[in-house]
Design a protein around this ligand. Structure first.
Ligand SMILES: [Zn+2]
Ligand SMILES: [Zn+2]
Length: 557
């Protein structure tokens, strides 16, 4: 019975390279989930795109003396290359700069306006007397009124995660020149979030399957009371407000970026040749939508976007929002501005994708922050990926290839009851499916690796390299069993390690893609021709951990 799964992934700002915090936070878990469901035979639509609007982009453009469009074109292209190299398998990775997106965003704006969920009000906006301009939220910095930390911005406090307004900041100042802004009146549009409080509360109460951190954060936020929020700005870069007389204003980026999940599905449908096909991922009970985001984005996806959808149309609300916590780097909070970050294009220029996917999966920040360190990365690569899994595959395949004419050996009794390791393998496979469906990715990969350990123990115990001298058939039996377990492992590890699983698939003599064989355990046909094996992973020099760590915090080009 096939299901439909909509995989919505956070939209990265196209103002800088991707870093490991974003990969561990949203992109890798989304990809694991999508690959698992596709392998199961479910229909999956996985979308995201570059967020081209908003002040993070204009700030970057001002710093470089470029136009915002040049900045976003550069990083969008870089994102696409990064996805391809890391194996993040989007069905569509678009941008918020398309005519389609503007049309969908403006339609939602006008519909909500028409229904009274958007209203106009005069607000006093920060205006810098020195720069002679209105200051968007990110251009105002100051102290957070909730947690008292300095360096909070007018849109959000990164320290406590609360969304803010510029007027709430203590000691506000212009980020361009440091001047204290004055407040001037300006007419803006507001989203009437308060109108959705009761419906949101009733809806969130049913979400007992949400991760505790997501559910608690959302509930606390709701209990504090939802405030109406301005959704337009006095800026030039962004989607125009589709109402006469407001030509100088733009739709605020937080309002239109979340609409990207819907506009991307429509764009995908159009390019598939069936314009109405997006509905199958947005309407009806037989489709579930999952939003993969970092914890700093929770309220936008559990409250604000659902409120917008409630007011707009008969479209599905998020089924789950498995937000991850943060990844720290070498024990310190990741900071892009201080270059305390591992940049994805930099990593991919020197290392293979699967070791990173492995290290981030088995240490995924699902229920609390986790740390990435280069030492731990090298250790996991050498002691776990190479020693436990890679060597298992390589020593068995090379031995079989040499001693059994490059073919899968024939066991003595094909109708014999399954051995203990085969029973365990099937049990672990079933449990893994449950973990993956419930977005418990760390537990799932730990289980797969425990099977690799077990296969190593089984092999040491059976020692086919010794046994083959006296009893060729006994050796063939244990090697056949181990090959079957390796075949199971390549399926189980495929969502996490797609590149190496595909290699193992080929070494074992299977054709086509791992995904085409389905989420099931495949025994090997005796006599199946194997391909000449090659090592799956390479050992890394321990000295590189020190070199890489020393690069952190230094200027980045
Ligand atoms: Zn704060
Ligand atoms: Zn200023």
């Amino acid at each position: 019975m096939s299901e439909r799964i909509f995989v919505a992934v956070a939209w990265p700002y196209a103002n800088g390279s991707l870093h490991l915090g974003q990969i561990a936070g949203a992109y890798l878990p989304a990809d694991i989930f999508a690959r698992y469901h596709r392998t199961k035979g479910n229909e999956v639509l996985m979308v995201s795109g570059s967020d081209q609007h908003g002040t993070p982009i204009t700030i970057k453009a001002e710093q470089e003396g470029k136009k915002p469009g040049e900045i976003v074109a550069r990083y969008h292209q870089q994102f696409l290359e990064s996805w391809q190299k890391l194996g993040i398998s989007f069905d569509l990775f678009t941008t918020t700069g398309t005519a389609n997106h503007a049309k969908v965003a403006q339609d939602i704006f006008l519909t909500l306006l028409d229904r009274g969920y958007i209203y106009k009000a005069i607000v006093s906006q920060p205006f810098c007397p020195q720069c002679q301009r209105f200051l968007p939220d990110r251009y105002v910095e100051g102290t957070c009124p909730y947690c008292n930390s300095s360096g909070a911005r007018g849109d959000q406090c990164d320290q406590c995660g609360k969304p803010l307004g510029s007027a709430e900041l203590i000691d506000p100042h212009c980020r361009l020149c440091g001047t204290t802004p004055v407040f001037k009146d300006s007419e803006h549009f507001f989203l009437k979030l308060s109108a959705f409080s009761d419906r949101l509360l009733a809806w969130v109460k049913q979400k007992t399957h949400w991760r505790p951190n997501v559910l608690n954060f959302t509930t606390r936020y709701l209990e504090d009371g939802l405030k109406d929020r301005a959704i337009t700005r006095d800026i030039e870069w962004g989607i125009p407000v589709p109402v006469d007389g407001y030509e100088g204003k733009r739709i605020y980026v937080w309002f239109e970026a979340v609409i990207g999940y819907l506009s991307a599905a429509k764009e995908w449908a159009k390019s598939s040749g069936d314009e109405e096909k997006w509905r199958s991922f947005w309407q009806g009970d037989e489709v579930k939508s999952y939003y993969f985001i970092g914890k700093d984005n929770i309220p936008f996806h559990t409250l604000i976007w659902p409120a917008m959808l409630m007011g707009y149309d008969d479209l599905n609300l998020p089924y789950d929002v498995p937000a991850n916590e943060f990844l720290t780097i070498e024990g310190k909070k990741l900071s892009t501005s201080h270059n305390w970050a591992v940049w994805l294009p930099d990593y991919l220029s020197r290392y293979d994708p699967d070791p990173l996917r492995y290290a981030l999966s088995i240490n995924m920040p699902e229920t609390g922050d986790t740390d990435f360190s280069w030492r731990e990365f090298v250790r996991r690569n050498n002691n776990e990926l190479v020693a436990t899994y890679g060597n298992l595959v390589h020593r068995v395949l090379t031995f079989v290839y040499r001693n059994f004419d490059g073919c899968v050996p024939t066991p003595s009794n094909t109708s014999a009851p399954p051995t203990q390791i085969e029973i365990n393998s099937a049990a672990k496979f079933n449990d893994m499916g449950k973990f993956l469906s419930d977005c418990h990715f760390k537990q799932a990969i730990i289980l797969a690796m425990s099977l690799a350990h077990e296969a190593n123990r089984y092999l040491d115990e059976k020692s086919p390299w010794k046994v083959i001298k006296e009893d060729r058939q006994a050796a063939a039996d244990s090697l056949y069993t181990t090959l079957c377990v390796i075949s199971h492992l390549k399926t189980m590890l495929y969502p996490f390690l797609p590149f190496s699983s595909q290699k193992v698939h080929g070494f074992l003599g299977f054709e086509g893609k791992v995904e085409d064989y389905g989420w099931q355990l495949h025994s090997l046909p005796p006599g199946q021709r194997l391909l000449p094996p090659q090592p799956l992973f390479s050992k890394l020099d321990e000295r590189l951990a020190e070199e890489e760590t020393n690069r952190l915090g230094q200027a980045y080009g």
